[in-house]
Every structure is written in structure tokens, then in C-alpha cells.
Ligand binder design. Structure first.
Ligand code: ATR
Length: 474
């Protein structure tokens, strides 16, 4: 016997609730389930008129409510809860049914779960969903992994609930098999960390070097948001900076404790990048900057360590400096995305996912936190050359970053002179300069390795592996 619901959602906390409502608002009949049944009924009581919901109090009832092949979305806490829910539902399912995990799972867990369920004839689709609560309700950016076959069944539903890019295409695409969707979502979050860190550095420089107030910086960001930096994160940053604390009347940013927290996807991105040997220095610096900010005891020396004395800028000089910061921010952003897309490419090769990088850029154009006009350019670069070795190999990006480099260097030099930390900007410039270098000092590193460990080296003028007998008696 099968039911009438085209999709079911189990786990009705904020994200699950909003996703279920999004499906219903788009005309799908949605079966609902939650460990604590009261939440299921609360949703129907509050939003019942938005569409057709079929509330279920037990796992059996929930499964029976779904049409076949069944599509069942799990929206519980990532980790053990996901495994527990899979164990509960899998025995009730039949061959060809599809379990969708919309949580923030680690892609390695998704690979494990997909393999186990595949052996039982059940499709398991790990789906990255970005856009927060609002996105889940009004249209997120959706990154599904899993088999091609499962996407044939699931894709049309996801296309209806996804956000729409400026060219009206839905921001969802089948990323690749097994954990590919969660992997790409992980790197998305890593890039988000880097974007946020770079914006924070721009703010810090405008405040400390240009002497701008938070309001003035908000205004500056609003102007930038009308140009090539047009993005959700720049837009909300301007709002945060313009906001005043109701209790004290002070700029909101001045009453917040300056210790950034994290949930872990940025850290995963860096951990996996280390395993894959991909240099994602911008993302790493962003994760480390958050860690550093949280070490209160480490920062106890703030009053004792000497630094340079700040030099005040005239109004004209400050405005010129702000323009330069825009150049530095844009150039550093190009590097962050270069590094992030490199990681996706490396993951795709390692796991045989065959990910289309242009389509990843395309589905990040709307719905997600890093949505930006810029992503359409990245899509264009990869669409023009699918096997582009790096974004910096694209002629237009190379030209833009080249045009920005003088200002970029000047901003970092000023930051160093004035004692303002800019780990993101500086790491990005070092990456750029390393790629530009004809010869890297890695040759010397190889010499050292051969000296102390007989690790051998390759030569520029001959094939083969060489070892030098250093200093005779070693
Ligand atoms: P919140 O997001 O509200 O902080 P959470 O603890 O992250 O809550 O849990 C999110 C969802 O996962 C909830 O729907 C929760 O069910 P309850 O409403 O019954 O708490 C669900 N969940 C968490 N652990 C679970 C488990 N082991 N089995 C089934 N559902 C679980």
C-alpha cells in the first residue's frame, strides 16, 4: 500500500519545518514526522493552510503516507541522530526508495551511509542546503549528491523549491555521486568563512587606518555593493554596521564581544584540504582568525605588546585609501574562490565525482549565503573552459587581479606599517605571488631535505632522482 505524499520530512526543528512548508507552498503533498509528535501537530496547526500536509505520529504511519518510490527527507541534528533515524526508517523502506539527508553531514559519513544503503537497494542522497532558515522557506541553494537515478526522482521537486538565479534558473544541480553534495556544501561554507574574514579586515582597515565610523563604513559598503562586490554578505555587513544598540545607543558592533564562534564546517574544509594537499590558505586564515579571537587568555597581552603609532589621514587620503581597500578586497576574494574551486576539483578527482565547476558556481548565484554577482563570472569562466586549471588561468580574472595588485600591495604594506592584522589579504597576496614566481624556494627546501634525510631531489636538467653526499662524514 502506498500513500499520496510526494515527499516526507522527518525532523521538524527550524530548518525541517521551513523546508516542509516550502514543499507544501509549491504544491506538493508533504508527510510530516518528528520524534516528539507535538511539533508535527504544532506545524499543521500553525501553517496548515499553506498546503497539503499529512501528519504522522509513528515511523510506520509516516512511511505509509508516502507515494512510491518514497522520498523521505531527514532534517535532524548531524551525526549520531542521523544514523539513529536511518536505522529506524531503513527497515520500513523498499528497493528504489530514496532517503535524503538535508543536514550538515560530513561528506565521509555520507559516503559511508550511501554505501550501506545502496547494498540494501535504497538510494541515499546527501544534500547540502544553504541559505539558513529564510532560504529553507523561500528558496535555498541546493547541492544534492547521490546516484543519477535518485536525482531523476528528486530533481523536479528540488527545482521547484530552490531559489532562482537572475536568469531564472533554479539554484540546484546534481553535483555527483555519494558524498559530492555534502563536500561541495562544506567548501561553500569554507569560502563563506573566507569572504567574511576579508570583509572584516576591510572594516578593520577602514576603521583603524582611514578613521571611519561604523556608519561611514556602512555607507562605503553600500557603494561597493552597487559594483563588482555586489553580494549578500556585503549587503548585510552594511546593515550590521549601521545598526545601533537599543540599550546604549552605541554602534552595535562596539557592544558585541569580539570573539567569533564556529560550528565546524570551516574547520572540516581545512582538514580535508590538508588531506588532499590543496593550498586553501585564505580559508585556513579565516578559521584561525576566529580561533585566535576566542583565546581570551592569549590576548591578555593586548595592553603590553608595543605597536606602531597610528597616523591620521586627511579626508582625501582616507577616501583614496578606501578605494584601495576595495581593490584589495576584490583581489583577495578572487584568490579565495580560486582556492575553494581548486579544492572541489581535487575532491572530485580523488573520489571520481566528475563535478562540473561551472554548475557549482551557477547554483551559488542565489539562495545561499555567498550569493554574489561575481559567481556568474566564475560560471562563465568554467563554462568557457570546463578543465580550466585555476580561476587565475582565466584571462578576465587574471586581468582584474593584475589591475588591482598595486593597490592590494599598498593596503597590506599600510596595514603592516600601522599594525592592523590582515591575515586574509596577506595570505591571498602571497598565494598570488607564489603562482607568479618563476622559481620558488622549494628548490632549497628539497636541498635541506636531501641533506638531513637523504630524501633525494629531481633536477631541472636531467630525468631521475638524485642524492648528494653531503659533508663527507655524515
Ligand atoms: P534544535 O535545532 O531545535 O536545537 P536539535 O536538537 O538540533 O534541535 O534537533 C533537531 C531535530 O532533530 C529535532 O526535530 C529533533 O527532534 P525532537 O523535536 O524530538 O527533539 C531531532 N532529533 C534530534 N536527535 C534525534 C534522534 N536521536 N532521533 C530522532 N530525532 C532526533
Amino acid at each position: 500500500m502506498s500513500g499520496t505524499a510526494q515527499i516526507g520530512v522527518t525532523g521538524l526543528a527550524v530548518m525541517g519545518r521551513n523546508l516542509a512548508r516550502n514543499f507544501a507552498r509549491n504544491g506538493f503533498t508533504v508527510a510530516l514526522h518528528n520524534r516528539t509528535a507535538s511539533k508535527t501537530h504544532a506545524l499543521v496547526d500553525e501553517f496548515g493552510e499553506e498546503g497539503v500536509f499529512v501528519p504522522a505520529d509513528s515511523a510506520e504511519e509516516f512511511v505509509a503516507a508516502l507515494e512510491r518510490p518514497r522520498r523521505l527527507v531527514i532534517m535532524v541534528k548531524a551525526g549520531d541522530a542521523t544514523d539513529a533515524v536511518i536505522q529506524e526508517f531503513a527497515p520500513l523502506l523498499e528497493e528504489g526508495d530514496v532517503i535524503i539527508d538535508g543536514g550538515n553531514a560530513h561528506f565521509a559519513d555520507t559516503r559511508r551511509r550511501e554505501k550501506e544503503l545502496r547494498e540494501r537497494g535504497i538510494h541515499f542522497v546527501g544534500v547540502g542546503i544553504s541559505g539558513g532558515e529564510e532560504g529553507a522557506l523561500h528558496g535555498p541553494s541546493i547541492m544534492p549528491g547521490g546516484s543519477k537515478e535518485s536525482y531523476e526522482s528528486l530533481g523536479p521537486l528540488l527545482e521547484r523549491i530552490a531559489a532562482k538565479a537572475p536568469d531564472d534558473t533554479p539554484t540546484v544541480a546534481h553535483i555527483g555521486p555519494d558524498g559530492a553534495g555534502h563536500f561541495v556544501k562544506m567548501v561553500h561554507n569554507g569560502i563563506e568563512y573566507a569572504d567574511m574574514q576579508l570583509i572584516a579586515e576591510a572594516y578593520h582597515l577602514l576603521r583603524a587606518v582611514a578613521g571611519y565610523s561604523p556608519e561611514k563604513i556602512a555607507e562605503t559598503f553600500r557603494t561597493w555593493n552597487t559594483g563588482r562586490l555586489d553580494s549578500y554578505l556585503i549587503e548585510i555587513t552594511a546593515e550590521v554596521l549601521a545598526h545601533r544598540d537599543a540599550a546604549t545607543g552605541k554602534p552595535f558592533v562596539d557592544v558585541v564581544v569580539d570573539q567569533a564562534e564556529q560550528k565546524g564546517t570551516g574547520r572540516w574544509t581545512v582538514q580535508i584540504a590538508l588531506d588532499l594537499g590543496v593550498p586553501v590558505s585564505g580559508i585556513a586564515e579565516a578559521v584561525f582568525a576566529r580561533s585566535l579571537s576566542g583565546h581570551a587568555a592569549l590576548r591578555d597581552v593586548s595592553q603590553t605588546l608595543p605597536g606602531p603609532t597610528a597616523t591620521a589621514l586627511s579626508e582625501d587620503e582616507a577616501a583614496r585609501f578606501a578605494d584601495r581597500v576595495e581593490q584589495a578586497l576584490y583581489a583577495s576574494k578572487i584568490v579565495s574562490y580560486t582556492q575553494g574551486f581548486h579544492q572541489i576539483q581535487a575532491g572530485s578527482e580523488e573520489y571520481g565525482w566528475n563535478i562540473d565547476l561551472g554548475s557549482v558556481a551557477a547554483i551559488w548565484r542565489a539562495g545561499c549565503i555567498i550569493r554574489a554577482a561575481f559567481l556568474d563570472r566564475i560560471r562563465g569562466a568554467y563554462d568557457a573552459q570546463r578543465d580550466l586549471p585555476s580561476l587565475l588561468a582565466d584571462k578576465q580574472f587574471a586581468e582584474e587581479i593584475g589591475a588591482a595588485q598595486d593597490d592590494w600591495r599598498e593596503v597590506i604594506a599600510t596595514a603592516v606599517r600601522q599594525g592592523v592584522p590582515t591575515p586574509g589579504f596577506a595570505a591571498a597576496l602571497s598565494y598570488y605571488d607564489a603562482l607568479r614566481a618563476e622559481r620558488l624556494p622549494a628548490a632549497l627546501t628539497q636541498g635541506q631535505r636531501d641533506f638531513f634525510g637523504a630524501h633525494t631531489y629531481r633536477r631541472t636538467d636531467r630525468e631521475g632522482s638524485f642524492h648528494t653526499l653531503w659533508g663527507g662524514d655524515r
